[in-house]
Design a protein around this ligand. Sequence first.
Ligand SMILES: [Zn+2]
Length: 259
Amino acid sequence: MKFLYRWALRYISSCGWNSASSLLCCIALAHYLLSAYLSLSDEELQGIEAGGSGYAASRPLEINMHVLTHLLASWAASEGLQRPDRDVALATWAGLAPDLDGAGLIVDVVRDAVGLPETTLYYQFHHILGHGLPAAIVISGLVGALAVRKTRAAVVAFLTVHLHFLGDLFGSRGLGPMDYWPVEYLAPFSDAWTVSWRGQWWLAGWQNTVISVVLLMLVLVLAVYRGRSPARLFSAKADDAFVEVIRLRWSRIRGARGA
Ligand SMILES: [Zn+2]
């Protein structure tokens, strides 16, 4: 898996070092470094299987490396379903918004760092406030209010938020033996309609890495054939530059094959 990452990074880097490709490279590199950081030694794996807490002791913070996967999946869905750019961006960010309920982690860490009494806001509210139908309605409503084509954007945002829920349901397991994240669909108002899946894989599992790599490849394909990439979320100019570089590279590859 690490080989695939290195190959993808080398490939993207060789496409040129303009602002958009450097942004994509930085995201991919950060994702790779987190993967390497979170990957487990044999001893840690054995400890976890035996019910120990070796992982938690050595790495007190679980970093949510799933964000890149959420972003790319959300962008692909938004990009395929609507225009204009503003609505694509809004619906894409909506697909990341549920994880804002994990922002309490910052307070927990800062309070810990400065020696104030312990807080557990992250564990109290993450996957509770932002990961249910009430949050989906609020997020979609906000998108609808800010979008150009309001109804369509709100519907697509509702979809990307649920794509996020699905991603978490499949692949957001922590590293303890019973550390499953359920989706409490009516939270924070009720614990009815709680869905969990015993096959849920780890955040740092190879499945998430494979999905991320596939989505990164999809980004390159869409850049070549549709002339658009996630760089457009930040700047249309940067996106145009990125697409131009990718298309140039692709035409050279095709030219070399045809020669
Ligand atoms: Zn989430």
